[in-house]
Design a protein around this ligand. Sequence first.
Ligand code: 26M
Length: 818
Amino acid sequence: PAVPLALAPIRSVADWRDAILAKLVYALGRDQRTASDRDWFEALALALRDRVVAHALDSDNLTRAAGHKRVYYLSLEFLVGRLLVDTLTNLDMTGLTRAALGELGADFERVRAAEPDAALGNGGLGRLAACFMESAASLAIPTCGYGIRYENGLFRQEIRNGVQVELPEDWLAAGNPWEIRRPERDCDIGFGGHVEQVGDDDGATRCVWHPAELVRAVAHDTPVIGWRARHANRLRLWSARAVAPLRLDAFNAGDYLGAVADDVRARSVSRVLYPSDTTPAGQELRLRQEYFFSAASLHDILRRHLAEGYDLSRLPDMAAIQLNDTHPAIAIAEMMRLLVDRHGTAWNEAWRITCGCFSYTNHTLLPEALETWPVALMERLLPRHMQIIYRLNADHLEAARAKGAASDSLQASLSMIDETQGRRVRMGTLAFVGSHRVNGVSALHTGLMRETVFHDLHVLHPDRITNVTNGITFRRWLFEANPRLTGLLVDVLGDAVLDDPSVLAGLRGLAGDPGLRARLIACRRANKVALSNLVGEQLGIGLDPDALFDVHVKRLHEYKRQLLNILEAVSLWQAIRARPAAGWVPRVKIFAGKAAASYAQARLIIRLINDVASVINSDPVTSDLLKVVFLPNFNVSLAEIIIPAADLSEQISTAGMEASGTGNMKFALNGALTIGTLDGANIEIRDHVRADNIFIFGLTAAEVAVRRLDGWHPEFSIVASPALAGAIEAIGRGTFSPGEDTRFAPIVDELRRTDRFLVTADFDSYAEAQRRVAALWRDRDAWWRAAVLNTAGMGPFSSDRAIGEYAEKIWHVTGLER
Ligand code: 26M
């Protein structure tokens, strides 16, 4: 019988206080009088976990009993951040918890800050996966996220003398109270070895793979509770260890290191997140990570399906498997292997099942970011998968030929094997061919997928590519990050705004309301004071909370053009120095973001921002008018403080290069105005907030494509723009690197010689847009009207809407009814 397991809601502060105290004493063995903030965090998290786990079991029972389809979200990254306030918010236990901790002599804000961020992702792709997990739970869509439990997440960034220094991030050092070990779900994953043919030699017959090596996948579940505790899902993260962690024979013979060598090697698979958000490292360990977690997850999916008594032929009715980029694309070959070799399914039937289950999300069209693996490496590490890929490719190319795509050049472009740079497996092609739907993450990006990288595949399968514009969870990015604004919205729009983002549109009618405006101004100012305090503590820079906070936070990448922003800052500084009394709008330029350790140019841009900051911030002539701040170690928790304090959001990528962006949505939701290019979701944001309330500048994606062909040279733009020339020249002659005028030569040379990201081409247009920003800022009423219209227009960018579209168009699932 399906017994409801969810614990009765806690009704009194005293009950909740005692539940927390019981965890502190009996689960942790600590004393109330000496308990640290971290101890209280752990006790509180354990008490909360009891409640969330009960919900998760309940949800699971209901799903099984209803024979409801499940979604599996495979992602090498989940950039979750902290879970405490998220869990409290969705259980509606924040007020109760403040009071209970107060009675115990602990401070809620300090306890909250004691939780380390789960930084199991690089940037947008990983954060999207985390927002999606929260929305799937909120919509009661039975979903399991699968990923890797990295021992070390994304590195911690320090800035020393302007230079980025990477330090290991050790989020698990003090244990993780949210997760539960699931030993009964562990499984062993093979690598290397050889394939034994059973029957004839066409690759479609059953084979037996004899791996040379096994790595144990160890399951850890983190329960994810949805809004108003409607439903709970789980995030299942795999860590790696040896099947036999200790070789006693070696140990007894005195070889202590040899005794544990297998375990050290196995554990390296889940040791560290690759810290790049574009360039595939191409290393064997990365491929091992990809296969390790894909295979463990598929094993788990098939086990559950069979345990529930279904036939494999019904898998597409019961399981939708979403591939977050190509990182788990090897799962397609693994599914074929399991079906054909393990379960004896006929090849064509196995393919029907596979394509029926899988779908694939593309997150970037940057050529250097498209994953390919050397055939030789695949053959060595995953020999059976390589055979399967060859056979799939032959079928795929044959079908293309039958549809008229017979020319050598078309066949070469459609092939899963790239023959142009050694022989390499194109993971994007494998993912496309093995999926029933392939989606881009904004309207522009999806259009570009059809026109460029996936053009030929699109012609072959014209119904396969679809768009699902990204979204963000409003629980974290509005309710939790900006309680002041949320309180105001509830006052003005009613409680319904908490459940239905479309209610935000009701703000439009109030955009001119002076009462609302005054309260918005007060809440923004309080958020800016909080950020100013943080900047004061961390960097010793005093900020004026009444200045315009102009914010550019995201991964450091040339295409995101932090360089364009800092060049404009330099030029603004020069202009202010030339005419200090010209009525400038006081401005604080705030930057934050990490660069991949191996990305020299991005690291140098960080250094430039920091060096420009030290010169400008110590200039007495401009000090009341312009400050530049680089906040170290940008992560989810820092974003939650920065974004609600922003007046202006910088979304200035080279058009056509930012697939969607999601930071853009977080800022606009919180009422910042955007200065941005017509790129990614900026275009859709403009459509919803309306063109008067966003500062658009620069070349369009189509114009960028033309520029790249027509022989344009950056020198043309530099000569035509005295402001740009002046900024570049100052950097080149060492204004920001006294005694070392070559420090930024790689940046100056890139700008002058090639300018691959069209910084110089867009400079004047950007500077002009910044003057429009300043002009609007002076007109306080007009500015705040636009700010209200930004929040009002952001309802469609909720990840609930995005997940609803995946559910309907791609997964063919609904939410569970209670
Ligand atoms: C690949 C191989 C080896 C090591 C790392 C990678 C890798 C890791 C992350 C490649 C790409 C990664 O992320 C790309 C990413 O974050 N893309 C962003 O996705 C967001 C969500 O869809 C979009 O909003 C952003 O525009 C897009 O840049």
